[in-house]
Design a protein around this ligand. Structure first.
Ligand code: UTP
Ligand code: MG
Length: 586
């Protein structure tokens, strides 16, 4: 997966990669050259007291070191730059993907994990890529070159190298392979911690109201504990790795000195060569250590890469058709033909054989008990989801045949749980139409019965709106969402239970104002209160996903048992009706 992700992401940076490879090559050659220079300086300069030679060698070494330093710095800079760009691209891709997702894919993943994947997981990959870029050319050359150079200095001590290198590789390998399972646990528990935290922040009022703080605190603590436990286990193993490395490095240096000294005594090798041998041995061991570490970090990045690729390779179930047809018939309104819809995995369809036509300039109301499928039905019209049977037509065209852009540009939806973005009242209203003038915004607010409270807000149109619209009341949020839809000036207006938070008088005024504005618009209103829809041109009564009655208020009172029951139950409750005010719509 990591390879797949890299193959997808790295090509644009081929130039940088080539530069990194060349620089690493230069750096590693310089590093391999240095010990042999030191050796010669000791043997020919120091041993013979040739000060001139020492100076010459010294200058030479300085030059070589400079090359090594410049190469190392440039590799680090370029490497992090490439890794960071790669991460940026990956984030952009994930973001684009998620934006293209329909309801169904978003629900399949869930928001918290999508956020972790776009953030934490990409950072994991970035870290490993940075590391790999710095090692990929350097480490193998360093290992092989180091061994060759060392043997040239003194082949008699080769056995120390033959013992130390595998020992180090295996020791670190064992330690780090025990970390790998913890990496998986860590990544999953980041998800869990995020999810719980998010849920608690979103639902903080509910938590308070039901005095569930202790329970929630424990729930969070448990998830946090798992994450901490995994991180501590990884940390402990890391802590174990360093002493092991140090012991092996130092023991092998001591061995070189011990056995080398005898060889110097017997004249088999010179002091300088021995010194160089030791330097090479350390270089090789370092390279082995770094490679093992990097190799062991790959599984962690692999976990993250899989999680990222999963998002990137999930296709939205709602996509543009290959050959989009334009929507041409402005007078056709919205038509549903024998529509059936089932949620994925559900056995019974939520909508079953629903047919009706909503004409421009008329208002169609949909009423039914909770869970009857009203929201589901509305979501099918702008293709938030696709029907599983039958057709939805907008402007005479099956919505699946037209381009998404074309469909969406004709429809304005006020969702049941309206969401406002952080910004100002104006910036939210202009979601409907970015070019709308202030006058048009006020006009829409007036129709939505929101003019009063907006003009009283600090700053009017420029008043601040918090994320999700949590700093206005539920009813105010609903009215702003209505105004936002009106600004759009769409052919089709869909209201999903948008009047429920309004008192009966405001509700009536709003409907009156709306009527004046929507002479050519197809309006579909989902409502809970019969009083909201008495004036509708056509009322569709939904019961358990089926249409059980179509007609005007008076007709339905005569003909439709379900409708009569709803109407009677609400009369009995006075002005009542369900005051469903959805809290914090996140
Ligand atoms: P709806 O959300 O369409 O009902 O769900 P509704 O008529 O609008 O209800 P209210 O008035 O707003 O409360 C219809 C059915 O679809 C299922 C629900 O279980 C519900 O019974 N459903 C809804 C899912 O299975 N998955 C979803 O994502 C949403
Ligand atoms: Mg609903």
């Amino acid at each position: 997966m990591l390879i797949r992700l890299l193959r997808r992401g790295l090509p644009p940076y081929a130039g940088f990669l080539a530069a990194i490879a060349v620089l690493q090559l230069a750096g590693v050659i310089a590093n391999l050259y240095l010990p042999s220079l030191t050796g010669r300086m000791i043997d020919h300069g120091v041993a013979r007291g040739d000060i001139d030679y020492i100076w010459r060698m010294g200058a030479w070494m300085l030059g070589v070191s400079l090359v090594a330093i410049v190469a190392a710095i440039s590799v680090a800079r370029l490497g992090s730059r490439v890794a960071a760009s790669l991460a940026r691209d990956a984030r952009a891709h994930v973001f684009d993907r998620v934006l293209s997702f329909s309801d169904r894919e978003v629900l399949h993943f869930g928001a918290p994990t999508l956020i972790t994947r776009a953030g934490n997981d990409i950072t994991q990959v970035q870290t490993v890529v940075t590391m790999l870029l710095m090692l990929v050319v350097q480490a193998p050359i360093m290992m092989i070159g180091g061994v060759i150079m060392a043997l040239q200095e003194d082949a008699g001590l080769a056995w120390i190298m033959a013992a130390a290198v595998p020992l180090l590789g295996i020791a670190i390998g064992i330690v780090i392979s025990r970390m790998v399972p913890w990496f998986r646990i860590m990544q999953d528990s980041v998800d869990r911690v995020n999810r719980i935290l998010r849920e608690q922040i979103t639902g903080v009022r509910v938590v308070r109201a039901f005095v569930r703080e202790d329970v929630e605190r424990e729930r969070f603590a448990a998830a946090n504990e798992i994450y901490t436990g995994a991180a501590v286990s990884v940390g402990k193993l890391m802590a174990l790795a360093f002493p092991i490395v140090m012991v092996i490095l130092n023991v092998s240096s001591a061995a070189v000195l011990w056995f080398g000294a005898h060889r110097v005594d017997t004249g088999q090798v010179e002091v300088g060569a021995l010194f160089a041998f030791m330097q090479y041995l350390l270089q090789v061991l370092m390279a082995v250590m770094m490679t093992t570490m990097a190799a062991m970090m790959i599984p962690r990045a692999e976990v993250s890469a899989r999680r990222i690729t999963e998002v990137l390779e999930t296709d939205s179930t709602v996509v543009d058709p290959a050959d989009p047809q334009p929507i041409t018939d402005e007078n056709a309104g919205v038509e549903l033909r024998d529509v059936t819809f089932s949620y994925p995995g559900a056995e019974v369809p939520v909508l079953d054989g629903v047919s009706f036509t909503a004409r421009p300039g008329t208002t169609t109301a949909i009423i039914g008990s909770t869970g009857a499928g009203k929201t589901t039905l509305l979501n099918l019209i702008p293709r938030l989801r696709d029907v599983t049977g039958g057709e939805v037509l907008v402007g005479g065209r099956d919505v699946r045949e037209a381009s998404l852009e074309d469909v969406w540009s004709r429809i304005a939806l006020v969702p049941q749980r309206p969401y406002l973005f952080s910004g100002t009242v104006a910036s939210n209203l202009r979601y409907g139409d970015p070019d709308a003038a202030d006058d048009a915004l006020w006009e829409a607010l007036r129709t939505a019965q929101a003019e009063d409270f907006v003009s009283r807000m600090d700053g009017g149109l420029e008043a601040r709106i918090a994320q999700g619209g949590t700093n206005v009341s539920g009813g105010q949020r609903q009215r702003l969402a209505i105004a936002r839809a009106l600004v759009r000036d769409a052919d089709v207006l869909l209201f999903d239970d948008s009047f429920s938070a309004l008192d009966v008088a405001t509700d009536a005024r709003l409907r009156e104002a709306l009527k004046a504005r929507t002479a050519y618009t197809t309006v579909i209103v989902v409502a809970q209160r019969v009083s909201t829809i008495v004036g509708a041109d056509q009322i569709i009564v939904l019961d358990d996903g089926r249409v059980v009655g179509v007609g005007t208020h008076d007709e339905l009172l005569e003909t439709c048992e379900t409708y009569r029951e709803i109407a009677e139950s609400q009369e009995a409750g006075g002005a009542g009706g369900a005051e469903t005010l959805a809290e914090v719509p996140v």
